[in-house]
Design a protein around this ligand. Sequence first.
Ligand code: PEP
Length: 249
Amino acid sequence: MARKNIAAGNWKMNTTVSEGVDLYNSLAEHNVPSDVTVIVGAPFIHLTSLIAAKKDNIKVAAQNCHYENSGAYTGETSPSMLADLGVDYVILGHSERREYFNEGNALLAKKLNAALANGLPVIFCCGESLDIRKAGTQNEYVTKQLEEGLFHLDVSQLQDVVIAYEPIWAIGTGETASPEQAQDMHAHIRSILVDKYGSNAAEEMSILYGGSVKPTNAKEIFGQKDVDGGLVGGASLKADMFKEIIDSF
Ligand code: PEP
């Protein structure tokens, strides 16, 4: 897909189904600018109701999927189930999944392949911890995450991927990377994409920033040259705040 402005919400494990549908309907009333793609990442149990309520201006994402389409994997949800339901995207590799559910780069590569094989576009997350940031090795760390998780794809598959850079130290902490820190990392990611896939593919990749994006900082962050939008946690749970973020491009 060509480079897009994207405001993606990640509801995490928040809202009941009815609260989620209300939130979705409130967002769907918004006059979304034609050059902005809006996505909400909802818990699995919400997805059927959200797809039933779906409007063109707000796309729906799952927050995870398995790497098999079916089988004896109690409690899991497969990419073919999501695709069949009409889900638009799946978020993979969120730092909370990496940390609390032991999802490493090799597993994420399998999930990514399975999602794409089912025609399900992926928001693929990467980002470093505070220790790594303090050590100054964040570029190497993110490079390794992408090399091991993403760079086995060929250039045509890459078109169905959006990258989300989310420094873990800025997620849910109220601490935001400065616009310069975000731009530096996004430029780094785009440069390794150039090396691996060439400049056309790199220019077409949408790279989102995530980490305490709010209405008060979205405009400055999204205004950076290599930042194409945001993956937003807390502020995506409040319709008014998320609408302001949608209007921040
Ligand atoms: C996230 O959930 O991916 C996130 C960035 O959360 P928050 O915006 O709350 O920091």
